[in-house]
Design a protein around this ligand. Structure first.
Ligand SMILES: Cc1ncc(COP(=O)(O)O)c(C=O)c1O
Length: 397
C-alpha cells in the first residue's frame, strides 16, 4: 500500500544517522571517536534534575496546559525581561517538545502552500525539511566561506520576493559557529521590517559564545523587529538537556495561538516534570556555563591547531556553538583504496573506515566542501581523533 507523498519530499536527519552509526560501531566493540554529537558531553546540572525528581514525587505527572505551565511561562517572560530587557506577556510564550518542535510548529503556523522561507546556507539540516513538510518553499541564500559564512542585508534583500514569508537566522550557527555582528543584524532588521517578513530567530546556541561580552536576542538590536520576530530556543545546549525535550517560542500572540492549536492537536503539553526542571533552570540561569565554555574553547582551539598541519584541510575560527566546519575540498581528488575522494560523503566514509573517526558530511548542511565536527567530547579523545585523522590524511595518495 502506498504511503504519503510527503515522505518522498523529506529526508531523514543525517546528523542523527551519523551519531547512531558511531554508537552502533562502538557497541560492536569498534573503537570509534565521534565528532558527530549535537549535544554537550556535560551532564544536566544537578539542581535541574533535583527539581524534576521532586516534581515527580509531588505528583506532577498529569497533563499541564498545552502551552506549558503558567508559572513556567511567567518565569520565561521574567527571564527575558531580566536578561534582554524585552517585555513579553504570558500569552506571547509557548513551550514545546524541544526547540525542534518549536520550529516545526512555527513553520506550520506561519506558512501557506507556496510561501517562501529564506534559509542561509550552510544551514541546520532540519530547516529546509520542516519548511517542505509545512508546504512552504525553502529558498537558499548561499554564503561564502571567505565571508565567514555570513550574508549581508543587501544579499538578503535580493532574495526577497512577493512570496517571502520568513527568514531563518541561527546565530551562533550550526554548523559553522559563525556569529553575526550587531551592525549586520540591525541592517537585517530593517529589511525584515520594510518587507514585513517574519524572522525565525533560532538562538539555541546564544549562550555558547567565546567572544567579548554576550549575544542578545534580535529585538534587543532593533525594537521595530519585535512584532515580526519569533525567538526560538530551548534548554538542550546551554543546560545540556537534549533528552528532556523542551523548547520555547516568544512571539506575537496571534502566532503563539496558532502554534498552540497545532500543538494541542498533536503532542499537547511538553512532559510535566521536565517543565519543573526547566523552571529551576530559568530561575537560576546558566551559571555553570563559565566552566563549560572554558573547556569548549580549549577544545575548539586544539582542533584548529590540529588542522594546521593537515594537508588539504583548513578551517575558519568559529565564535560560538560547539562545532568546527573545516573545508576538506583540498582532499577531493586524492585516492583512497584506489578511488578518488569526490565529495564530503566520501571524506566522511574515509575518515570513519580508515581513521575510525566519525564526522558529519557538509552536503546536507548545504556546504559540500566541508565537514562538521562537534567538539563535545573529552580533550583526550579529541587529541587522539586528530592524530588518527592526521595519519589517515597523510596516507592518501
Ligand atoms: C540550530 C539548531 N536549532 C534547534 C535545535 C533543536 O534542539 P532541541 O530540539 O534539542 O531543543 C538544534 C539541535 O541540534 C540546532 O542545532
Amino acid at each position: 500500500m502506498k504511503l504519503s507523498d510527503r515522505l518522498s519530499k523529506v529526508k531523514s536527519s543525517p546528523t542523527l544517522a551519523i551519531t547512531a552509526k558511531a554508537k552502533a560501531m562502538k557497541a560492536e566493540g569498534i573503537d570509534v571517536i565521534s565528532f558527530g554529537a549535537g549535544e554537550p558531553d556535560f551532564d544536566t546540572p544537578d539542581f535541574v534534575k533535583e527539581a524534576a525528581i521532586k516534581a515527580l514525587h509531588d505528583g506532577a505527572t498529569k497533563y499541564t496546559d498545552v502551552s506549558g505551565m503558567p508559572e513556567l511561562r511567567d518565569a520565561l517572560t521574567s527571564y527575558f525581561l531580566e536578561t534582554e530587557g524585552l517585555e513579553y506577556k504570558r500569552s506571547e510564550t509557548i513551550f514545546s517538545v524541544g526547540g525542534k518542535h518549536s520550529l516545526y510548529n512555527a513553520f506550520m503556523a506561519l506558512l501557506s502552500p507556496g510561501d517562501e522561507v529564506i534559509i542561509p546556507s550552510p544551514y541546520w539540516v532540519s530547516y529546509p525539511e520542516m519548511v517542505t513538510l509545512a508546504e512552504g518553499v525553502p529558498v537558499i541564500l548561499e554564503t561564502k566561506e571567505e565571508d565567514g559564512f555570513l550574508f549581508t542585508a543587501g544579499e538578503l534583500a535580493a532574495k526577497v520576493t512577493k512570496k517571502t514569508k520568513a527568514i531563518v537566522i541561527n546565530t551562533p550557527s550550526n554548523p559553522s559557529g559563525a556569529v553575526y555582528s550587531e551592525e549586520t543584524l540591525k541592517a537585517i532588521c530593517e529589511v525584515a521590517v520594510k518587507n514585513e517578513i517574519f524572522v525565525i530567530w533560532d538562538e539555541i546556541y546564544k549562550d555558547v559564545y567565546y567572544g567579548e561580552g554576550r549575544l542578545r536576542s534580535l529585538p534587543f538590536y532593533d525594537p521595530a523587529v519585535k512584532p515580526y520576530t519569533l525567538i526560538i530556543s530551548g534548554f538542550s545546549k546551554n543546560f545540556s538537556m537534549t533528552g528532556w525535550r523542551l523548547g520555547y517560542t516568544l512571539a506575537d500572540e496571534r502566532i503563539i495561538k496558532g502554534m498552540s492549536v497545532i500543538q494541542g492537536q498533536s503532542t499537547s503539553n511538553p512532559t510535566s516534570f521536565a517543565q519543573y526542571g526547566a523552571l529551576a533552570a530559568l530561575q537560576k540561569g546558566p551559571l555553570h556555563l563559565t566552566e563549560w565554555l572554558k573547556q569548549f574553547k580549549a577544545r575548539r582551539d586544539a582542533l584548529l591547531a590540529g588542522f594546521e598541519n593537515m594537508q588539504g584541510v583548513t578551517s575558519l575560527k568559529p565564535e560560538g556553538a560547539f562545532y568546527v566546519f573545516p573545508n576538506i575540498s583540498g582532499l577531493f581528488g586524492k585516492k583512497w583504496r584506489g578511488e578518488a575522494l569526490k565529495d564530503s560523503y566520501d571524506v566522511t566514509k574515509f575518515l570513519l573506515e580508515e581513521a575510525r573517526v566519525a564526522v558529519t558530511p557538509g552536503d546536507p548542511f548545504g556546504s559540500p566542501g566541508n565537514i562538521r565536527m562537534s567538539y563535545a567530547l573529552s580533550m583526550e579523545e579529541l587529541l587522539n581523533g586528530i592524530d588518527r585523522m592526521n595519519n589517515a590524511v597523510a596516507s592518501l595518495d
